[in-house]
Each structure stands twice: as C-alpha cells, then as structure tokens.
Write a protein that binds this ligand. Structure first.
Ligand code: PGA
Length: 255
C-alpha cells in the first residue's frame, strides 16, 4: 500500500518531565514551529500537565495525549486515572505498555490489553508500545517477542478498533540510550508488525494501521527512519523536550 495514504504521526512522550508552568512554556514554543505540519502532531504529557496542555493546544494542530490509563471506569484504585477521566477533559491519545511501565511498574501484556480495550471503549486512541530487550535481540528472538506482544496486547480488539490504534515499535535497548535502531532494523520490525496484524485481521486493516518507531529518534536521524515504507511516524522521548528538535522531526515526517 502507498504509505502516503496512512496517517503519519509524530508524538512526543514527555515521560516524568515538566511542571505545568514548564509544559506551557514548551508547548507555546512548539506551536508556531509545527503549525504547517503535514502529519499529526501529539504531545503526551504527565497527568498534572494535561489541563494546561489542552488549554495551550486549543485551536492549534497539536493533539494532547496521556501517558497511561487504568482499565476500570472508576473505583478503589488509588493513584490511577481512568480512560473516561481523560476523554472528559478532551484528551485524545494515550500511551500504553511503554517499556518503562513494563520494566518498573509490573505492566504485563495482560494489563496492556485491558488498558487498550478500556481506552478504545472510552474513545481514546491508544499508542501501544512493543519492543524487544537487547538480550532477546541477541538471542535472535525479536520476531517471537514482537508477535507475542502484538497478539496479546491486541487480543479481542475489533477490526474497527485496531484501525484506531497506533503501534509504536520501541526496541528497549534504543530508548534513552542514544543507540538508535538502524533504519533497516526499524523497517524490518515495523514490516513484521504489519504482517502480524495482517495475519490476525486482514491486509487491508494492517495497511491502515499507523506504526511508529521510537528509541533515540532525533532531528539528525528522523529523515532516514521516516523514509522507510513501514515506519509511519515516531514516538519521541528526549528530543520531544526541545522545541526545535521536536519540530525538526515533525518537518521530516511532513515530507
Ligand atoms: P527516547 O524515548 O526518544 O528518549 O529514546 C522514546 C520513548 O521512550 O518513547
């Protein structure tokens, strides 16, 4: 399928950075730099920054996302935030299953699947992260790991809903390390993800899904990564905290 028919999406993942005042400053700096973007631009920000971010982004082409959500609508889940709470504010996207959540907070494919279904049911578009550890790549089981995550994370997600889901391929060894996957490595796994979705659903559905690459993507390597057939965008950590760098990646995706 012609890549240009898919929506290119550049999403910043701010992680645990920026107070509301700092979030306002950063988004205000990003706004004029990305206003002519020919791709979707998203800032996924900490919960406490959401209200500010939504206010600053109002009337601009920047969409706002959260960095997680719980699978229940409400109840005794101290410290958690539901998908409905997010949509009620005007949040459109949510990052789910990020490797830092899997690594440090006990997130499993089962909970990623529950969160994905809850997000979709509430009208949020999930950005579901998958990726292999370094030793898994060294043991040559990258495809097994990715196929397992895709199958489990998308279990029971309908064809219509999977089209609203963004997949972010983030090799764990490339996150925050400065070690980017080569464009060919990124393309290989993104193509494998699409093939896996085609097997689970059908080719037409797979061709409609936006698949991002994430892991040390920056203004210097974005062009090459985004030129690949199956790399439809990026999930950007570190570089999303610097307005000019983030804008340069958005520009690369707009070509
Ligand atoms: P990084 O993070 O760009 O800082 O490597 C990417 C991510 O974790 O989403």
């Amino acid at each position: 399928m012609d890549k240009s028919k898919r929506k290119a999406i550049i999403a910043g993942n701010w992680k645990m950075n920026k107070t509301p005042a700092e979030a306002k400053e950063l988004l205000t700096a990003i706004t004029p730099l990305v206003k002519d973007a020919d791709c979707e631009v998203i800032a996924c920000v900490p919960f406490v920054d959401l209200q500010t971010a939504l206010e600053v982004a109002e009337g601009t082409n920047i969409k706002i996302g959260a960095e997680n959500c719980h699978w229940e609508e409400s109840g005794a889940f101290t410290g958690e935030i539901s998908a409905k709470m997010l949509t009620s504010m005007g949040v459109e996207y949510v990052v789910l299953g990020h490797s830092e959540r899997r690594q440090y907070f006990g997130e499993t494919d089962e909970t990623v699947n529950k969160r994905t279904k809850a997000a979709l049911a509430a009208g949020l578009k999930p950005i579901v992260c998958v990726g292999e550890l370094l030793w898994e790549r060294e043991c040559d089981i990258t495809e097994e790991v990715i196929a397992r995550q895709i199958k489990l994370d998308l279990f029971d997600v309908s064809k219509e809903d999977v089209k609203k889901t963004v997949i972010a391929y983030e090799p764990v060894w490339a996150i925050g390390t400065g070690k980017t996957a080569t464009a060919d490595q990124a393309e290989e796994v993104c193509a494998f993800i699409r093939a896996t979705i085609a097997k689970l659903y059908d080719q037409k559905t797979a061709d409609a899904v936006t698949i991002q690459y994430g892991g040390s993507m920056n203004d210097a390597n974005a062009d090459e990564l985004l030129s690949k057939t199956n790399v439809d965008g990026g999930l950007i950590g570190g570089a999303s905290l610097v307005a000019e760098k983030f804008a340069a990646i958005v520009k690369a995706a707009s070509k």
